[in-house]
Structures are given as structure tokens and as C-alpha cells.
Write a protein that binds this ligand. Structure first.
Ligand code: R5P
Length: 290
């Protein structure tokens, strides 16, 4: 028997997964003590059941300890196994020591998750210099790829799209999305000199000038990558782009700034956000059931 247990803020995704899997929807009793420490109690019977804790990991720091406590509580209540469903997996971009003394967060975050869960299910982790989750996680990992869903959305909603990856890291997603959408694709070059300091250099787009530009990325965080790519497109006389991203991380103010430079912003529901228009629920349910 499966119990799908939502961490705070993940109730809608957990309920959708429970319906899709015909599983029990569990209840986590959670609050903060007056001193801000966390109180956690599993308020559902989980003995001898498999517990799937749903917790998307955007803004991870305020919730990670509560998540670890919830996993521990489920185990202490006799769960047969405790699994993490993290539609968005945090800290994967800090995958290299660029300066002496920097922590390679991806490895330590992976170790923390591996110590507390029996398996991980996620969608499109940001894998760039780390080639696979199995190289940093010591538990089984099950990964879904949302590119075909983005491609299907484009095929259904846009005519004559041109898929543009704003940087080399996005090339893997841009290529897959283009294949599913049946559209051509190009990849730009990004120079990042700070969190908010980004320059995007587009390739020659003369052959595609009549097409609808569609920027594709795995994550929008500060929004700078997509905003600067949109500006570069405007400078070439191209139409305002559709901006499609898998994970709507959106730092404060980022969505509003990006909305100004784009025709529309579309994301998947790995992180709940008003721009969500593509659902990964079926994909997650298949991964859980497999
Ligand atoms: C990094 O390589 C990722 O693929 C994204 O391009 C990046 O995280 C976007 O960040 P921001 O929205 O802050 O430019």
C-alpha cells in the first residue's frame, strides 16, 4: 500500500498523485514553535506501508530540516520504505568548485537526501558537469524528462516555432523539445559574470526571421538568462518570444520582469506557479509506479 504524504505547500501535487495512483493521501501535522523550530507529526497510519513524501525543493533551506524530520518520523512509525518525490531538485547547479574554498553543494545535498530516503523521484535535474544522479546519490534515482511535454505544448499552441536554447547548458533540452515539436532549433552563447549579470549572444537567425521564437530552459531563477535572450532577439527584429521553462523557480520580481519582455511565460507544475500550463503529474505517477 502506498501513502502519498505532502510537505507544506505540496498538497495539490500530492492529491493529484494520490488520485492518479489510487493511493492513500497522508496527513502531515506541521507547525513552527514560537522560537521557529519545527514540530512534525505523521498524522496517518503508515506502518508497513510505502511512504512517498512529496516536496518540491525550490527555496530548499527553510524546509529541508522539516523534510528530514518527516522522513525520520515515517520510519519511526513503521513505514516499509520512505521515498522522496521532489519534482524540482535543488542545488544541482553548484556542481563545481569555481574558486578555492567553495563548497560543491550538489554532492553534499545528494548525500543528505541519500542518508534519509530509500529512493528519489525527480524531473529534469540540472545535470551539467555531473553526468548522472547515480554519480552523487547512493540511493536509486528515477528521473523524468519533461522536454517531450514542452514540445507537445508548442506543437499544439504555436505555428512555425523556432526553438532557442539561451546557453550551452540548455542545448540538451532545446534539442529534445525541437524534436518533439517538429521545429528547428538553435543554441545561443551566454556569458554570466554575476548572479544578475548576463550577456546572451545569438547565432545568425536570418533564415528563421519569420518564425516565432521560443526560448527553452530547464530553470528560470533570476530570469536574467531569458530576459537578456529576449532583448537580443528584439535587437535582431524578431518577435517577442514565448519563454518555456521546466522549473518555475522565479526569484522575487523575476516573473514580472520576464513577462515584460516575452509574449508569454509557460512552465510545468514541478513548482506551483501561475505560469504553470504543462503537467508532470502523469510522468511522476509512472515513475512512482515503476
Ligand atoms: C543554468 O545553466 C540554467 O540552465 C539556467 O539557464 C539558469 O539557471 C537560469 O538562471 P537565471 O534565470 O537566474 O538566469
Amino acid at each position: 500500500m502506498r501513502v502519498i504524504l505532502p510537505m507544506p505547500g505540496n498538497e495539490a501535487m500530492a492529491a493529484a498523485l494520490a488520485r492518479r495512483l489510487d493511493a492513500e493521501l497522508g496527513v502531515l501535522d506541521w507547525r513552527r514553535f514560537p522560537d521557529c523550530e519545527a514540530y512534525v507529526r505523521i498524522a496517518s497510519a503508515v506502518r508497513a506501508k510505502r511512504v512517498y513524501i512529496v516536496c518540491t525543493l525550490a527555496n530548499p533551506d527553510p524546509q529541508i530540516l522539516t523534510l528530514v524530520f518527516a522522513a525520520a518520523a515515517a520510519r519511526e512509525c513503521g513505514a516499509e520504505g520512505v521515498y522522496l518525490i521532489a519534482p524540482y531538485l535543488a542545488y544541482m547547479r553548484q556542481d563545481k568548485r569555481f574558486k578555492p574554498g567553495e563548497v560543491v553543494s550538489a554532492r553534499h545535498f545528494a548525500r543528505l537526501i541519500s542518508q534519509n530516503f530509500d529512493a528519489l523521484v525527480t524531473i529534469d535535474p540540472h545535470l551539467h558537469r555531473i553526468c548522472g544522479l547515480e554519480t552523487i546519490f547512493s540511493i536509486p534515482t528515477h528521473v523524468g524528462a519533461a522536454a517531450p511535454l514542452l514540445g507537445a505544448w508548442i506543437a499544439q499552441n504555436l505555428d512555425a516555432a523556432l526553438i532557442i536554447g539561451p546557453d550551452q547548458e540548455s542545448a540538451q533540452w532545446a534539442q529534445e523539445v525541437a524534436k518533439s515539436a517538429g521545429a528547428p532549433h538553435v543554441v545561443a552563447n551566454k556569458l554570466r559574470s554575476g548572479d544578475e549579470k548576463v550577456r546572451v549572444e545569438l547565432p545568425d537567425l536570418a533564415a528563421w526571421s519569420e518564425r516565432q521564437p521560443v526560448l527553452i530552459d530547464d530553470i528560470v531563477s533570476s530570469g536574467r538568462t531569458m530576459i537578456e535572450a529576449s532583448r537580443a532577439l528584439a535587437a535582431r527584429g524578431m518577435a517577442k518570444p514565448y519563454c518555456l521553462a521546466i522549473h518555475a523557480v522565479f526569484a522575487p520580481g523575476a516573473f514580472d520582469r520576464l513577462a515584460e519582455t516575452s509574449e508569454r511565460v509557460v512552465t510545468t507544475d514541478t513548482i506551483a506557479h501561475p505560469s504553470n500550463a504543462i503537467s508532470v503529474v502523469d510522468m511522476l505517477a509512472r515513475l512512482i509506479a515503476s
